[in-house]
Design a protein around this ligand. Structure first.
Ligand code: ACM
Length: 268
């Protein structure tokens, strides 16, 4: 299959209201119907600004919990790959996680956020999955996931690209603007497509307010913008991509950004 259609969903999850967020996500899935891959924001099911581990524990669920099972049924029915941010409860630990719900598989692949941001450090355990890439034979695409603040670490996208990611999905709750400079560079320097599903709205907890910046975007592997949402829109962005074109990292007959690497000179 040549082309792949990718959607990012932008909305404002309501803190502490997973059923309501699920209902919003199901409604937005209808607008994402033409897409093969649909990416939702970080912690889309729960909202973001947790203040304690107890609060996370009250909303966290296992990867095979009822809300994700409901979304997985949609993935099978719609023949879509869904990528969903949620608070995960696993082995007595709490993770800021993203589930990859695949149309042809019972298992749920989970990425657990590696680099925790701000008060997440007080509320979640650091992710232990490492960066993983999933091949989906039905659409012959390799998808890697990083979550929001992972963007600050070039090692994240590079590790995914070295494992063969052709599309990096980045569920996000971005509260700054610097990422708009950096995300297209992550796409360009790794020759991968990159899709950022950011949220909108604000959350005020214990007198502190976080404002989420929207502007979800899908970038071409050459770093150009394929599409971008507004700051406050509830919307679904859709772009056509060609994952197979990222499989060679050459950009002229003599230069190849992976073959030309000199890891023996890198201190990481
Ligand atoms: C973030 O990692 N949610 C900024």
């Amino acid at each position: 299959m040549a082309g792949l259609r990718v959607a990012v969903v932008q909305f404002a999850p309501v803190f502490g209201e997973p059923q309501r967020n699920l209902a919003t996500m199901l409604a937005l899935l209808d607008a994402a119907r033409p897409a093969h891959v649909v990416i939702f924001p970080e912690l889309a099911l729960s909202g973001y600004f947790f203040q304690s581990r107890q609060e996370v524990a009250a909303l966290a669920q296992p990867a095979d919990g009822p809300l994700l099972q409901r979304l997985h049924r949609e993935a099978r029915w719609r023949r879509q790959i869904l990528i969903v941010g949620f608070p995960e409860h696993a082995n007595g630990r709490l993770y800021n996680a993203a589930a990859l719900l695949l149309p042809d598989e019972e298992r749920v692949v989970v990425y657990r956020k590696t680099h925790l941001f701000y008060k997440e450090k007080l509320c979640f355990d650091p992710g232990d999955t490492g960066f993983l890439v999933v091949h989906v034979p039905a659409y012959d695409v390799r998808i890697g996931v990083m979550i929001c603040y992972d963007w600050r670490f070039p090692e994240a996208a590079r590790t995914l690209a070295l494992q063969g990611a052709e599309l990096i999905a980045c569920p996000s709750n971005l509260v700054t603007e610097a990422w708009e400079i950096v995300m297209p560079v992550r796409a360009l320097e790794n020759k991968v497509y990159l899709a950022v599903a950011n949220r909108t709205g604000a959350e005020e907890r214990n007198g502190e307010r976080l404002t989420f910046r929207g502007k979800s975007a899908i970038y071409h592997y050459n770093g150009t913008l394929l599409c971008r949402a507004g700051e406050a829109d509830t919307t679904v962005l859709i772009a056509d991509i060609e994952p197979q074109r990222t499989r060679t990292k050459a950009f002229d007959p003599l230069d190849d950004i992976f073959a030309d690497r000199r890891p023996e000179h890198y201190r990481l």
